[in-house]
Design a protein around this ligand. Structure first.
Ligand code: ASP
Ligand code: MG
Length: 410
């Protein structure tokens, strides 16, 4: 008999009607003899409304109380779901994070799961009950309610699947799987049958917002297979799994883009020890995450430094950098918000040469200028002018043989 952990997101439980549909689906699984643990998010829009309510009181609400407030969204959905299952003649029980024993650290609003006590859940399933677990919440060592951060129910589901040694963790959502690129940008995007954890992390961090990044990290660490699929139909979605041998046959698995970064250049700074530390120290202290960094070869002891930060942090970073620029006598600071990062991702790059070259060629044939380049083992990213994003995504998707109905020339 298999044990399945399923997770349904907010849009899948957005109304009583939808909760009923989820219940019917879960019952089908139960009837086939599977033991079911179902993690739910708050009903669509609920978490946002709760945040808005607190902000009507103050812009700066206490973080502990915010977690007490936000965890109620999931409490509503699991209770309604259990009531629905019972009304259909099935034994069901809802459990909140603290009732399960989902223990976290004390970082309100972004707590990390430390440990899960599986006793209570196992007891419930042994009594033939369908168990509904509230996603996104836990308890710290002082018995304070914590939440895991927006989208955190994915992590709850994967962590439970790991702790319970479930056969699979199915994440039901409003898209039907992971695509080779954003179908809104490239109509020829294809649904992938498989993607490795690592590729998924690269795709997700660059804006393919299907799965929460932390959930994928968790799954990779504990080797939990995730099946991402639609809650509105029966078709297979995408399996997110450990790397398999034949995955390497494909050079590029997906094309991602990110319009949410801005570029800052410091012109003609002295090239001596300590300058990078001086520049990036205040930025990291301000909690700003720098992505790409490039330093040019120096000429007459002077060099240029270019880096990217998230767009919302652009103005704050410009202020910090301008201060440092004065201290070190840099010539000037340039900023550019109209950029985008386009990336190709694939584990096949590890074993094949010429992938980056093909990307540069493809972009140059469209006269798209590359402003910055960065690479990792399984990814090549180019920063380009924002207005060319869609074009770049489409030509790269085609060049690497990812377009639907094409065998590809990889
Ligand atoms: N309800 C929470 C949120 O909206 C958690 C989740 O949906 O996963 O972020
Ligand atoms: Mg969600």
């Amino acid at each position: 008999m298999s044990l399945i952990v399923q997770k349904y997101g907010g849009t899948s439980v957005g109304s009583i009607e939808k909760i009923r549909n989820v219940a019917k689906r879960v019952i089908e699984y139960a009837q086939q003899g599977h033991r079911m643990v179902v993690v739910l998010s708050a009903m669509a829009g609920q978490t946002d409304s709760l945040i808005a309510l607190a902000h009507e009181v103050t812009q700066d609400p206490d973080l502990r109380e915010m977690d007490v407030l936000l965890s109620t969204g999931e409490q509503v959905s699991v209770a309604l779901f259990a009531i629905t299952l019972q009304s259909m003649g099935y034994e069901a029980r809802s459990l909140l994070g603290f009732q399960v024993g989902i223990y976290t650290d004390h970082l309100y609003g972004k707590a990390r799961i430390h440990e899960i006590d599986t006793h209570r859940i196992i007891e419930e399933i042994q009594n033939d009950r369908i168990v509904a677990v509230a996603g996104f919440q836990g308890l710290d060592e002082q018995n304070n309610i914590t939440t895991l951060g927006r989208g955190g129910s994915d992590t709850t589901a994967v962590a439970l699947a790991a702790a319970l040694k479930a056969d699979v963790c199915e994440i039901f959502t409003d898209v039907d799987g992971v695509y080779t690129t954003d179908p809104n940008v490239c109509p020829k995007a294809k649904k992938m049958e498989f993607i490795s954890y690592e590729e998924m992390l690269e795709m997700a961090s660059m804006g393919a917002k299907v799965l929460e990044i932390r959930a994928v990290e968790f799954a990779m660490k504990f080797d939990v297979p995730i099946h991402v699929r639609t809650s509105f139909g029966k078709e297979q979605g995408t399996m997110v799994i450990g790397e398999k041998k034949d995955m390497e046959k494909v050079l590029v698995s997906g094309v991602a883009y990110n319009k949410n970064e801005a570029r800052i250049t410091l012109r003609r700074v002295p090239d001596r020890p300590g300058i990078a530390a001086l520049l990036f120290g205040p930025i990291s202290e301000a909690g700003i995450v720098v992505d790409m960094i490039i330093q040019n070869t120096s000429e007459d002891g002077l060099t240029d430094m270019t880096f990217t930060v998230p767009k919302p942090e652009f103005h704050r970073t410009m202020k910090l950098v301008s201060k440092v620029a004065k201290e070190v006598n840099a010539e000037k600071v340039l900023g550019d918000e109209d950029i985008a990062k386009v990336s190709i991702v694939g584990v096949g790059m590890r074993t094949h040469a010429g992938v980056a070259q093909k990307m540069f060629d493809t972009l140059s044939r469209e006269n798209i200028n590359i402003l910055m380049i960065s690479t990792s083992e399984i990814k090549v990213s180019c920063v380009i002018e924002e207005k060319y994003t869609e074009l770049a995504v489409r030509v790269l998707h085609k060049a690497f043989g990812l377009d639907q109905d094409e065998s590809g020339d990889q």
